[in-house]
Design a protein around this ligand. Structure first.
Ligand code: NDP
Ligand code: 2IT
Length: 453
């Protein structure tokens, strides 16, 4: 960036800061994208004249609402719900719902902003949105979760629709919650439409949607390593999280001959130096899905492993790191530790798990670093395929869908390579820059076609 471009960039970020007080995650996500986009649009007058980035960084709308529900002790509980519809230039709004006590408007705005670029990268016609609530499903009974989901949908239904906005799952929202919300939408509207994705197979869900984010993240890793004449086989991997994304990433790593030595949750991480094999993985899946237990229980069942409370797994030496839990779980120090311990590749299964300092550490160290908006796009891509199947009232078979997912992840990798070449360093790809620019161009060109709206 030249000095005057840098001044423009600083002024832009200052404006974002001022307009979004108390929303650090949103400002962080916009800053990361703007760093690359400012450089790219330097000589592209129309993007400046039409204020494209400024407009993408202002959500189309933020809907905020009260969600009341009654717990099992008949106490009335009050939660906040939101849907952030960021941009629908290239398709209906699309993005998950997150139920977690850490959810704020800032978190959902950052996620909806990122989703806009991610969905564009998939090549499918989907705009960007995100929603959720500060409701904490942990420790709640099935009936409490059901009542909450029904109450949440009783407000949300008026803002969504198969051709308007199609939510799905995210942290704290899996098949159980999607079932309750779909049931309530159908009941209120008397319509059976593809208003949510991540549905069970019996009522319009798609095969491999559950696996798609974790598998896709590993496919992206595979593409990066293949381009560097390397492969996933034989790698030692550190994975965080123990939810949908983490466990399916571990499953695919195992398939491809890599060894995963860690898993985590908000209580801490487990380190299993022998590796998490198929039997152990099946046990963790059951622990999490059926018993909704804590990862600390792993060491009771597999005593050669160690549990470390209140810490992430980033000090464990590895070849590859896959952060699959939540935002800002890798800071600059974690990133420096990973690099010092010989990590050669990072693929983000979670959204924005690396903070800005950490991103710069990985970029400076020139390791292979795949940002979430590229690496974890497999989930929303298969959601897009679920929408297609719902519209056509068909169900594709597993082989077809697997093939689509592999091809879509390959296509995203190609788009990153096309836009991520580092000047003066032949062959090197900056995947962050590649993803930001490739994601931006499609949305920006659609917005230009619409004029000022
Ligand atoms: P799950 O709810 O299935 O699992 C989340 C995991 O992350 C749990 O192990 C959870 O631990 C842990 N976690 C959540 N919040 C925190 C926190 N504040 N600190 C430490 N650990 C935490 O969610 P997913 O696997 O679906 O989502 C994981 C990440 O992947 C998120 O960033 C999500 O946005 C992203 N993602 C998800 C997609 C999907 O299709 N599901 C698609 C693309 C991205 P605990 O149980 O203790 O809370
Ligand atoms: O962050 C994400 O891409 C998701 N949670 C999946 C969104 C979706 O609509 O499938």
């Amino acid at each position: 960036m030249s000095v005057s471009d840098h001044v423009d960039f600083e002024r832009f970020i200052e404006g974002v800061h001022k307009r979004n007080p108390g929303q650090p995650e949103f400002v962080q996500a916009v800053s990361e994208v703007a760093e690359d986009v400012f450089d790219y649009i330097r000589d592209k007058v129309e993007y400046h004249e039409y204020q494209i980035l400024r407009r993408i960084a202002e959500p189309d709308r933020v809907v905020s609402f009260r969600v009341c529900w009654e717990d099992d002790n008949r106490n009335i509980r009050v939660q906040r719900g939101w849907r952030v519809q960021n941009n629908n230039a290239i398709g209906p709004y699309k993005g998950g719902l997150r139920f977690h006590p850490s959810v704020t408007e800032s978190v959902l705005k950052f996620l909806a902003f990122e989703q806009t670029f991610k969905n564009s990268l998939t090549g499918l016609p989907m705009g960007g949105a995100k929603g959720g609530s500060n409701f904490n499903p942990q420790g709640k009974s099935d009936h409490e979760v059901m009542r909450f989901c029904q109450s949440f949908m009783t407000e949300l239904y008026r803002h969504v629709g198969a051709d308007i906005d199609v939510p799905a799952g995210d942290i704290g929202v899996g098949p159980r919650e999607i079932g309750y919300m779909f049931g309530q939408y159908k009941r209120i509207t008397n319509q059976f439409t593809g208003v949510l994705t991540g549905k069970a197979l019996e009522f319009g869900g798609s095969l491999i949607r559950l696996e798609a984010t974790g598998y896709g993240t590993v496919y992206f890793l595979q593409n990066m390593l293949a381009r560097a004449d390397d492969s996933v086989e034989g790698k030692t991997c550190v994975v965080s999280g123990s939810g949908n994304v983490a466990l399916h990433a571990v499953e695919k790593l195992l398939d491809l001959g890599a060894t995963t030595v860690t898993l985590s949750d908000s209580g801490g991480f487990v380190h299993d130096p022998d590796g998490i094999d198929a039997e152990k993985l099946a046990w963790v899946k059951q622990l999490k899905a059926e018993r909704r237990g804590r990862i600390a229980e792993y060491v009771e069942r597999f005593p050669r492993a160690e549990f470390h409370a209140d810490r992430g797994p980033w000090a464990v030496p590895c070849d590859v790191a896959l952060p699959c839990a939540t935002q800002n779980e890798i800071d600059g120090d974690d990133a420096r530790r990973l690099v010092a311990n010989g990590c050669i590749a990072v693929a983000e299964g979670a959204n924005m798990p690396t903070d800005l300092d950490g991103v710069h550490v990985f970029k400076d160290a020139k390791i292979l670093f795949a940002p979430g908006k590229a690496a974890n796009a497999g989930g929303v891509a298969v959601s897009g395929l679920e929408m297609s199947q719902n519209s056509a009232r068909v169900s594709w078979n597993e082989a077809e869908l697997q093939q689509h997912l592999v091809e879509i992840m390959h296509g995203i990798h190609e788009r990153c390579v096309e836009h991520g070449a580092v000047p003066g360093e032949p062959g090197r790809i900056d995947y962050v820059r590649g993803a930001n620019i490739a994601g931006f161009v499609k949305v920006a060109d659609a917005m230009l076609a619409f004029g000022v709206v």
